[in-house]
Design a protein around this ligand. Sequence first.
Ligand code: CTP
Ligand code: MG
Length: 234
Amino acid sequence: MDSIPPPSPRIAAVIVAAGKGLRAGQPVPKQFTPYRGSSVLRIAAENLRAAGVGRIAVAIPEGANELASKLLDGMTDITLLTGGATRQESVAQGLEALASDAPAVVLIHDAARPDCPPAVIERLVEALAYHAGAIPVLPVVDSMVVARDGVMAQNAEREKLRRVQTPQAFGFAAILAAHRDWSGGADAGDDAQVLRAAGYDIALVEGDEALRKLTYKEDFVTASLSVRMGSGYD
Ligand code: CTP
Ligand code: MG
């Protein structure tokens, strides 16, 4: 591809890879499992780098330094750090690890969504010309309901709902300050919520089905099948 931008010191990323991956039931946390002839974590990092991202801070579980270093061997401008007990804490640690670099833009990304098309990153960064934050979303196709004690409590208006993905893009100074000021509890859900609570508008850009999050055991069976059949994103 001739349109790949060179890595930019202005655009950094935090990859959160410090979870336990309990629902995936793999022998090691899902971000460290083999994937597309490499590993989930490395593919996630390489896709960000291929889209022009400079330094990448990777939050990993306590004690996973050796494994993560091995999986990312040969990649430059990677900072490994120990994450926290919640995703939000892992993000906050990752942002602090980038603070001395003071990049203009940071992408915050789940390691568990390794297949990031460069076009999504282009859309996110473009949207930051007018907004402090931008997130990729997709429409909801099924009807949605609010459940309460096993019965339908009320209908939800599908047309107003979106599925939210990562990477999410932010002005670095704004999201760092918002995380430092956040008083909404230990698990914010996502970083857009943290920045919105600080009073900023968040732009919605088109996401991509390729960014689905590897979550359950079945997702890993599907992923290895799609590699064998050559139908995965690349
Ligand atoms: N994550 C993290 N630190 C945590 C919890 C989660 O960095 N304390 C990361 C995960 O590694 C993953 C992303 O946040 O890349 C999204 O979280 P999720 O899909 O829930 O992963 P896990 O928490 O690892 O999985 P599970 O909830 O099934 O245990
Ligand atoms: Mg989790």
